[in-house]
Design a protein around this ligand. Structure first.
Ligand code: OGA
Ligand code: MN
Length: 203
């Protein structure tokens, strides 16, 4: 991973990279994602964790498919290999102690959105670094679906990220509020969270 990307992540807590994933890798991921979608393998996304999980379509209206079961798929294996490089580089530079990665494909059908939120759960502080990768060719401004990343805790300043193929956004999961604006066409992505070892001691 490029030093400038790591420096920027270190300085600001977020960064956008457009070089790590090549066009072929993105195309293969998009194909895998659409294949699973057409086979009806996705489920409507929930909010919260464990027994606190609930569907709240007024909060988010995307559908997701966790990638654990798809590790044999070459495109998915390549995704995990590249994200592993990110993990190693980030751990070396930033000492975040990133450990495992949980990832899902997400499909936002036309009209879908995800309201402003933080990625860390109230009852589980292991999610440390969020990695969102976009799979959409020729995304236009009027297609909506931008990720609005709020740069300060009071959400005064923000940045809109176009979900264009090959764009990878990294940010600290507990620091940055963000939302997905309503998408005007189908929007595909892979969202991952690097978890760190939490303080639980197992005697
Ligand atoms: C999420 C999320 C952002 C995006 O899944 O938690 O915020 O741009 N995704 O898809
Ligand atoms: Mn999020």
């Amino acid at each position: 991973m490029m030093d400038s990307v790591l420096d920027s992540l270190f300085d600001k807590g977020w960064v956008i990279d457009r070089t790590l994933f090549g066009a072929d890798e993105i195309a293969a991921l998009r194909k895998a994602c659409l294949g699973q979608w057409q086979d009806g393998r996705f489920h409507e996304a929930a909010v919260g964790r464990g027994s606190g999980q609930e569907r709240r379509s007024e909060v988010r209206s995307d559908s997701v498919l966790w990638l654990d079961a798809l590790r044999e798929d070459p495109a998915v294996a390549r995704y995990f290999a590249l994200l592993d490089e990110v993990k190693l580089a980030v751990n070396r530079h930033l000492y975040l102690g990133l450990n495992d990665l949980e990832s899902h494909f997400a499909v936002y059908p036309q009209g879908a959105f995800y309201q402003k939120h933080l990625d860390r759960f109230r009852d589980d502080d292991a999610r440390t670094l969020t990695a969102v990768l976009y799979l959409n060719d020729d995304w236009q401004e009027e297609d909506g679906g931008q990720m609005r990343l709020y740069l300060d805790p009071d959400c005064r300043e923000s940045l809109d990220v176009q979900p264009e193929a090959g764009t990878l956004v990294l940010f600290l999961s507990d620091r940055f509020w963000h939302e997905v604006l309503p998408a005007q066409r189908q929007r595909l992505s892979v969202t991952g969270w690097f978890r760190r070892q939490t303080g639980q001691l197992l005697w």
